[in-house]
Structures are given as structure tokens and as C-alpha cells.
Design a protein around this ligand. Structure first.
Ligand code: HEM
Length: 545
């Protein structure tokens, strides 16, 4: 997989830099601290009472997107620390009165237009690096070197080293929701190794590993495209759009029978005869990082279900206990997970809605957490993640909300009432930003924005999602010119083509779980929801509701 290995430190570029407003160009304290990030975190972000997504999106979905972030992005830091101090007006409400963190490292890009950028220390490709790692030592750490397989513990969860840290490609700033998904995809990888070995006896450990990685990464990308994203943006139009990205307008049945026919529209992006990077070397942009700042998806507690009970209405299990999320991160979380077990964890996440991306819904417990180094070890200085999320966008010169919208051809707001109908929010926005709507931070704007019906995210974030969802596939040879039986091997290619959803993967490894506990159609919506009714109208012919 040479296209993957040589890109692990690709320079990140600001895709929309020419549209950045002057307010974001200088890195002086006026730009970085006005209005104060801790004031914004306290007055506009901090959760008052949990707002959840109803039945649309569950805790597996929240863990999934973090699992993807740990595949795609992480910024290289400086060795220099910065300190933020809570202004007197909010200090008594801030869990930390001040906190220290490392600056993001700025590097020369070597380009003439965009001269400065930041380094991504994860591979930006869709290559399963949360499972496999972003560098050769992480990859070696997780491999058994027997029959291509990866290490996994006997209880079906991740193995741990002598320090209690999980053995998997990426462990930084994680929690047990993510490590459960990592374990699931290690099972998937190992099952692909078995299937390939059975079919092609002469493949050695290296061949098996590489092909199984290719197959498993494609399964992950496919689930994200035609299962996760569809639940996030629940409209027929988006179902059609995302399926068209993978299968094309001619559809799955046609593609399975005749292969990729026609261009991107008829045949889909996947399987195009050559990668397309639109004249810009593939990288993930700062704007991409910003729209994925979705810490509000996390609740305060995980509700643990009793999987030994008899299923209740709509296959719902009884709640046996409530665990504080703060105890489910890092090493402590891993200890907890070994008590909980894989099935209980997955079923519990399946039955719990995740938090909504709204104002006043940022978990307060994330305002006092222990951040980790890349090797998963704890840092001495606690951080206030809500304030840091605001600071990071400014530090990385991401445009504020209005300018960001202009740069992607969306209408900016001219008054707070354009953004939201919530009177309390309008009052507080005015208190924090005055009447200067141009100062509104991107994250705050995205949380406050009135959402399109069916969308769990803002329209502003959606544009970036859509662009990058296509680019991640289009720019990668393993999803275009090399997405074929020769490269994936016949058995591996068939594996990708016959896996349609996360439910398919769960069913493969835990055959009784979804049958007993999942009523919904997708593993990403709350599991006690009614299954999607059969719609005889083909997806591309449905009228918008
Ligand atoms: C318990 C779960 C989580 C913990 C403990 C956690 C913690 C962290 C920490 C410590 C950072 C680095 C902050 C900095 O120095 O800038 C971070 C960054 C980030 N997190 Fe989370 N996070 C969690 C869940 C999530 C979820 C569910 C998402 C949803 C997409 C998410 C998205 C991000 C993004 C986009 C970044 C920025 C990455 C970068 O700067 O390269 N996180 N998180």
C-alpha cells in the first residue's frame, strides 16, 4: 500500500485561504482571545441539560465518527506551552480557572500560494489507521506476524500492554466506544485473513496482512459512505447521493453484474479508471477538522444494558447501571470495558441516543480532562476542551462563521435572528459578541444554526462533509483505478462488494446480537426504533418529502 505509507506527514493546507477575512490573518491576542474562549465555552457551549438526537443517531454513531477522526487527522504540536486564564466574569463557573496546552506547530509548505500550514500526524487517507496505525512502528506493534493477523484478546476486546494501554493503531484521547469499534474491525481483518488464506494457500503473512488491510479499510469507507452518513443526513436525497457516490446512478445490481460502467455519475466514484485530485494534491483541510469538532455528541453518562434480560418492547434491554463518561476514557475506561464486555458495550451504545450538535450541549466533564500524548500516556496538565476547540480554530486561521459561509457560497447572517429562533441564545450571543456578527466563531455558529429537517449537522458543516466525502474516494487509487479484483483479489473484492452496513459486520462476528437486540434497520440509529418500511419506489425516483 505504497500510496498510504508515503503520505503520513502530508502538509495540511487551508483550502479556502484566499477567502479568509483580515480578522483571521494576524495571530495577535486580539484575534486569538476576542471574545475570550472561556467566556464562549461557559456562556454558549457548556451543557445545561442534555439535548439528545431522539432516535436518529446513537452512541455507536458518535463513536464511529471519532474512530474516523482517529483515521484521518491529528495536528503536530509545538513544544511551547500556552496558558488560558478564565476572565473574572466566568471564573466561578469554569471547572479549570486556567489551563496549559501546546501550540499547534506551524510549518512552511514549500508552496508559493499557501506558504504556511500544519502537519497531520495521522495518514489522511481512508486506510484504517485507527486500527493499523499511521507509522511503521505502530503497525508492527499491532501485528502478530502470523497469517497476516492482528493482535486481539481472548475476550474479543483489545489486548493491553504491561502499562495497561490498548494494543491498536491509535489510542490517543480515546474512550471505550472507540476501542470497541477498533476491536470489531480487528476481528474483521482477521476474518478476511482466514478467508484469503483458505482461497489462496500460497499467500505469506505479509501478503495476507496487506490484502486484508485493503479489504477492511474499504469496508470501513463503504460503511461510512452508505450507512453512517445516511443516518446523519436522513433524507431520501442524501441516501440517493451517497449511494450514487459508491454505486453510481446505475445502482448496485448493475455494478455487481457489469462492473464500473460510465463516468462518476453513472458508475459512481468508486472504481473510476483513474484517481482525480482536481489539480490539488489530496490533503485534509483545516476547515475539515473544524466541522468535525463534535464533542457535543457525547452524553454525560453511558447507560449500561442488561443483555441477559428478556428483550422488552422493540427489543430494548433493561438498564442495569449508569457510568460517568469521564471514567470511560483512557486506561481507566479500558479496565471498565473488560468488566462490561463487548456485547454489553455494543448493545448499550446501540440503545442510547447521542448528544445533539446544539448550543448549551457541550459536555461539562470535557472541560476538565487529562489530554494524552500520541503514545496514549497522560499529560500532567488538564485542559478545558470546550475553550480549546474555540482557540484551535482561531489559532489555525480558520475563518469565523460568516466569512466561512461566504467562502463556500452560502449566505452569511446579518443579525442574530438569522441564525436561530432561540431567544435566550440570541440574548447571550449579543452579550458575548455584541452586534458584531462577523466575530461569531464557526463552532458556535454551527451549533446555533437552525438545522435542515433530517440533518443532525448544520448546513455549513454539510458543504464541507459533502465535498470531502467525495474527494476522499476520488483522490485515492485504491478506491478508483486499483479498486478491482486484481488488486483486492477476487475473494477480497467480493468481501467488500457484499458488505453493505455495520450490521453486516456485527452479524459476521456476533451472529446473535442484532437479531436479539436490534429492531432498527441501521446499527447507527437507536436500536429500538422501527425498521425502515419497504419503499417500492426506486431511490432515484422518490419525490422530496
Ligand atoms: C471521550 C471522547 C473524546 C475525548 C476524550 C476527546 C478528546 C480530545 C482531545 C484531548 C483533543 C485535542 C485537543 C487539542 O489539543 O486541540 C481532541 C481533538 C479533536 N476531537 Fe475529540 N475527544 C473525544 C471525542 C470526540 C468525538 C466524538 C469527536 C467527533 C467527531 C471528536 C472530534 C475531535 C476533533 C475533530 C479534534 C481535532 C483534531 C485535531 O486537532 O487534529 N472527538 N479531542
Amino acid at each position: 500500500m505504497n500510496a498510504l505509507s508515503n503520505t503520513s506527514s502530508s502538509t495540511r493546507q487551508k483550502k479556502f485561504d484566499t477567502c479568509l477575512s483580515d480578522i483571521n490573518k494576524g495571530q495577535n491576542s486580539l484575534v486569538l482571545l476576542k471574545p475570550d474562549p472561556m467566556v464562549i465555552a461557559t456562556k454558549l457551549l457548556a451543557r445545561k441539560q442534555l439535548i439528545d438526537t431522539g432516535k436518529q443517531f446513537n452512541m455507536i454513531a458518535a463513536s464511529w465518527i471519532q474512530f474516523m477522526i482517529h483515521d484521518w487527522i491529528d495536528h503536530l504540536e509545538e513544544t511551547k506551552q500556552i496558558e488560558l486564564k478564565a476572565p473574572a466574569e466566568v471564573a466561578s463557573e469554569c471547572p479549570l480557572k486556567s489551563f496549559k496546552f501546546y501550540e499547534t506547530k506551524e510549518v512552511d509548505t514549500g508552496l508559493s500560494g499557501i506558504t504556511k500550514g500544519h502537519r497531520n500526524i495521522r495518514t489522511p487517507w481512508w486506510d484504517g489507521s485507527a486500527v493499523y496505525g499511521s507509522n511503521s512502528s505502530a503497525v508492527r506493534h499491532v501485528r502478530t506476524f502470523i497469517d497476516g493477523k492482528l493482535k486481539i484478546a481472548d475476550d474479543g476486546l483489545l489486548q493491553h500492554d504491561n502499562d495497561g494501554l490498548p494494543v491498536v493503531g491509535d489510542i490517543r484521547n480515546s474512550w471505550i466506544g472507540v476501542s470497541t469499534l477498533q476491536a470489531l474491525f480487528i476481528h474483521e481483518h482477521n476474518a478476511v485473513c482466514d478467508a484469503l488464506k483458505k482461497e489462496y494457500h500460497d499467500l505469506d503473512d505479509e501478503d495476507l496482512y496487506r490484502h486484508a488491510r485493503l479489504v477492511t479499510s474499504a469496508v470501513i469507507a463503504k460503511i461510512h459512505t452508505i450507512d453512517w452518513t445516511i443516518e446523519l443526513l436522513k433524507t431520501d436525497m442524501l441516501v440517493a447521493g451517497m449511494r450514487a457516490n459508491w454505486y453510481g446512478l446505475l445502482g448496485k445490481r448493475f455494478k455487481d453484474t457489469f462492473g464500473h460502467v460510465g463516468g462518476a455519475i453513472l458508475g459512481g466514484l468508486v472504481g473510476l479508471n483513474k484517481p482525480e485530485n482536481h489539480g490539488v494534491p489530496y490533503s485534509l483541510t483545516e476547515e475539515f477538522t473544524s466541522v468535525y469538532r463534535m464533542h457535543s455528541l457525547l452524553p454525560d453518562q453511558l447507560l449500561i444494558r442488561d443483555v441477559n434480560s428478556t428483550p422488552g418492547p422493540n427489543k430494548s434491554p433493561k438498564i442495569s447501571k449508569r457510568l460517568d463518561m469521564i471514567n470511560l476514557i483512557g486506561k481507566n475506561g479500558e479496565k471498565e470495558l473488560s468488566q462490561i464486555g463487548f456485547t454489553t458495550q455494543m448493545v448499550s451504545m446501540g440503545h442510547q441516543a447521542c448528544g445533539a450538535l446544539e448550543l448549551y450541549n457541550y459536555p461539562v466533564w470535557l472541560r476538565d480532562i487529562v489530554p494524552q500524548n500520541t503514545d496514549g500516556t497522560d499529560r500532567p496538565d488538564h485542559i478545558d476542551l470546550a475553550s480549546l476547540d474555540i482557540y484551535r480554530d482561531r489559532e489555525r486561521s480558520v475563518a469565523r462563521y460568516n466569512e466561512f459561509r461566504r467562502s463556500i457560497f452560502l449566505i452569511p447572517i446579518s443579525k442574530w435572528e438569522d441564525l436561530t429562533d432561540d431567544e435566550e441564545a440570541i440574548r447571550t450571543l449579543r452579550e458575548v459578541y455584541g452586534d458584531d456578527v462577523e466575530q461569531l466563531d464557526l463552532l458556535v455558529g454551527m451549533m446555533a444554526e437552525k438545522k435542515i429537517k433530517g440533518f443532525a449537522i448544520s448546513e455549513t458543516a454539510f458543504i464541507i462533509f459533502l465535498t470531502m466525502a467525495s474527494r476522499r474516494l476520488q483522490a485515492d487509487r485504491f478506491f478508483t483505478s486499483d479498486f478491482n479484483e486484481d488488486v483486492y483479489m477476487k475473494k477480497g473484492f467480493e468481501w467488500v462488494n457484499t458488505t453493505e452496513s455495520l450490521k453486516d459486520v456485527l452479524d459476521r462476528h456476533y451472529p446473535e446480537m442484532t437479531d436479539r437486540w436490534m429492531n432498527s434497520t441501521s446499527a447507527f440509529s437507536v436500536w429500538d426504533v422501527a425498521p425502515e418500511p419497504h419503499n417500492p419506489v426506486p431511490i432515484y425516483f422518490r419525490l422530496p418529502k
